[in-house]
Write a protein that binds this ligand. Structure first.
Ligand SMILES: [Zn+2]
Length: 302
């Protein structure tokens, strides 16, 4: 477990055997232990091992906070609640129903991930309605003795929230501030189907900026210590990625050709600042074919 501030740490879930792809933030205080985005069930052994080494058992965990319900963030929630029914799961009100009945969530993910579902995500269990706490924009709630402010931050997902811990100055932003796996590395906004909404995403970035946080905490991956520069770069990369996808749609050929052309453009841009291993890591955190599909869907629905 890596410390961020007093009572705030994070764990590298080593997703797919690669370091720095998915991070779970851990809040520890007099009110218990909270896990922010516990990740998928496939990485539960790593999560448990890291908690264990910090002297924390699942019986100490009484809250799970989900930035959104995508499986790389919240897939393990139902499995963890089954093991400790005292855990409350905090999620945006528009995501709550899909935790109680994950049928649609699983079907939607299966369309994107096919045969790889099980290997990537592992078990996906429902969360009993009684364990869920539905959050709305502007809510405040306390976990692990800390007071968190909620902002609804759609764009990547319609039910995405970000949480600001005023005491530590850390804003937990899920996927809204993009994927950036290493300090000073490039930012890549993850834009998979079906919810991508550029207008909403721009507003969400401004909302996070208005907190004037000292630190952003990204699920992919870890902390960013200059929020305003980070958010500005996220906005810029999002516009570039979206306009590249839009350009692809005007090209002759099939959708497969357009998708391949888009992926090539993004890879060429990324390889100017990183090597092949870096690129593989970024594409493990957010597949570029899915980025094209999400943006193509956005433009075609307009
Ligand atoms: Zn994610």
């Amino acid at each position: 477990m890596i410390a961020l501030a007093g009572g705030v740490s994070y764990i590298d879930l080593e997703f797919s055997g690669i370091q720095r792809i998915i991070a779970t933030a851990v809040l520890i205080g007099p009110g218990g232990v909270a896990l922010l985005d516990p990740g998928p069930s496939s990485t539960l052994p790593t999560l448990r091992g890291a908690l264990d080494r910090a002297g924390i058992t699942l019986a100490d965990v009484n809250a799970i906070v989900l930035s959104h319900i995508h499986l790389d963030h919240g897939g393990a929630a139902g499995t963890l609640v089954r093991e400790n029914p005292a855990i409350r799961v905090y999620v945006h009100e528009r995501g709550a129903a899909h935790m109680v009945d994950p049928t649609k969530l699983v079907a939607s993910a299966a369309r994107l991930y096919g045969d790889a579902m099980d290997r990537l995500w592992g078990e996906i269990r429902a969360v009993p309605a009684a364990n869920l706490v539905a959050l709305r924009d502007g809510d405040r709630f306390a976990v692990a003795g800390r007071d968190l402010q909620v902002a609804h931050t759609p764009g990547h997902a319609v039910h995405h929230i970000s949480c600001f811990d005023v005491a530590s100055g850390i804003a937990f932003v899920g996927d809204t501030a993009g994927i950036r796996l290493h300090p000073h590395g490039p930012i890549v906004p993850p834009t998979p189907p079906p919810d991508i909404d550029l207008e909403a995403w721009r507003t969400s970035l401004a909302r996070i900026g208005a907190w004037h946080a000292d630190t952003l905490f990204l699920t992919h991956f870890g902390s960013s210590s200059s929020p305003s520069a980070h958010l500005a770069e996220t906005a810029e990369r999002l516009e570039w990625m979206a306009s590249t996808a839009r350009t692809s749609l005007a090209r002759e050929g099939s959708d497969e050709d357009r998708e391949r052309w888009f992926i090539d453009q993004v890879r060429i841009a990324l390889l100017q600042t990183m090597n092949g291993n870096g690129l593989t890591a970024i594409e493990t955190a957010g597949r570029l074919d899915l980025n094209w599909k999400g943006l193509a869907r956005y433009w075609r629905r307009r």
